[in-house]
Design a protein around this ligand. Structure first.
Ligand code: HEC
Length: 127
């Protein structure tokens, strides 16, 4: 590999790390089976309160009561929701991510209701 190609590959992998990384690239391109409506977002908000808020906090800032127990931190969903593709958010809920547990008890519709809600956490993500 030429030095130039090596540098390009290095830059590409660095960009991938700070951007949208999911363990299965095909999952990133998944499209929601349910429309994004006021109702689906509201249903996602209820699920978020039940399953996610204890770590991610009420508005996604990462300040839920259980966040302190996660040594590596729970990140900032307000920032991450703006970067992650919907399919990545869905995949991470279904499979877990770093220290986050998987949620196999949630059905596909519930997962995508959560995705619709999580996207509203980002500035401008509520439209
Ligand atoms: C036990 C605490 C905990 C709970 C409960 C939890 N998470 Fe997480 N979440 C984490 C941690 C830890 C990470 C990984 C942060 C990192 O290192 O990137 C994470 C990451 C994420 C990411 C990926 C962010 C990124 O940077 O790629 C999303 C999306 C997410 N959580 C959504 C949810 C949703 C939706 C729920 C509820 C179904 C939920 N989380 C429940 C701890 C939690």
């Amino acid at each position: 590999m030429s030095a130039r190609a090596g540098l390009a590959a290095l830059l590409a992998s660095t960009a991938a790390c700070s951007g949208d990384l999911s363990a299965r690239p095909a999952a990133r391109d998944a499209v929601s089976p349910i429309p994004r409506t006021t109702q689906s977002i509201a249903a996602g908000a209820v699920l978020y309160r039940d399953h996610c808020e204890r770590c991610h906090g009420p508005t996604g800032l990462g300040n839920g009561p259980d966040a302190l127990q996660v040594e590596t931190g729970v990140g900032n969903l307000v920032e991450r929701a703006a970067v992650l593709r919907p399919g990545s958010i869905a995949w991470k809920i279904q499979n877990g991510w770093n220290s986050m547990p998987a949620f196999p008890q949630l059905g596909e519709v519930e997962v995508w209701q959560l995705v619709h809600f999580v996207q509203t956490l980002a500035p401008g993500g509520g439209d």
